[in-house]
Design a protein around this ligand. Structure first.
Ligand code: ZN
Length: 239
């Protein structure tokens, strides 16, 4: 039987997680991204919309069990497809929820591979700190790989380019530290629990194509095209 492999991307901000999601999207994987799911939950007025709204106002984190519940619903809807996740799990508590649920479904550690995008603070600051956003049309530039034609002005609408709060060096540093202390410990636990891990030196890649070639070279996501349909019969054994 051909193994159906699902993937969990783990890496700090600016390591290229959203770029890699495109690689998997092209290969038929179901993308799971917490921020997109939470946005959809709000827009569709889902069961947790009021709580999410409340957390946004009070600047509290959305409780881990609620985040997991939203992710679980999305996964449950498409158990016939392999998934690829980014920004979830964010911490050990979320990982424990996920790990137990996967186990219950019979999706064992062999079928879930971690991809660790190894990067550092300097790279994050260089990539995200070099981002400029048009204050009028919100087009995004990057000083190194996609600079505007005229300094400080948007190519499309000539609006002034600004650095968003989330791309300030100080904010990037805080996000990076949170990754190190909250998210990275998941990798150690996953390795101890027998999950396979692919490590990619994300510092080397500044554009999508070489990144994708490296993933191919390491055999990531290639089995999806020839996967058996047998996994579509997986049913949860309980809630
Ligand atoms: Zn513009």
């Amino acid at each position: 039987m051909i193994a159906d492999v699902n993937y969990i991307l783990v890496g700090p901000c600016g390591a290229g997680k959203s770029t890699i999601m495109e690689y998997f999207r092209d290969r038929g994987f179901m993308p799971i991204s917490t921020s997109n799911l939470i946005r959809a939950e709000m827009q569709n007025g889902g069961p947790h919309a009021a709580l999410i709204q409340h957390c946004a106002v009070t600047a509290d984190n959305i409780p881990d069990d609620i985040v997991f519940s939203i992710v679980k619903s999305a996964l449950h809807a498409r158990l016939d497809r392999c998934f690829v996740m980014e920004s979830f799990p964010y911490n050990l508590a979320q990982w424990t929820y996920l790990k137990e649920w996967l186990f219950m479904l019979g999706i064992l550690s062999k079928k879930v591979h971690f991809i660790y995008l190894d990067s550092d603070l300097k790279t994050s600051v260089e990539r995200l700190g070099g981002r400029l956003t048009c204050s009028k049309c919100f087009r995004v530039y990057q000083l190194r790989v996609l600079p505007p034609k005229t300094k400080g002005k948007c190519d499309a609408c000539h609006g002034p380019l600004i650095t968003r709060e989330q791309d300030n060096p100080e904010t990037i540093r805080r996000r990076f530290d949170r990754f190190e202390s909250l998210t990275k410990p998941i990798l150690l636990d996953a390795a101890r629990s027998g999950y396979q891990m692919v490590t990619i030196d994300a510092k080397r890649f500044w554009s999508a194509e070489p990144f994708f070639q490296e993933l191919s070279r390491q055999g990531v996501g290639l089995r999806q095209e020839v996967r058996s349909r047998r996994s579509s019969s997986i049913e949860p054994s309980g809630e």
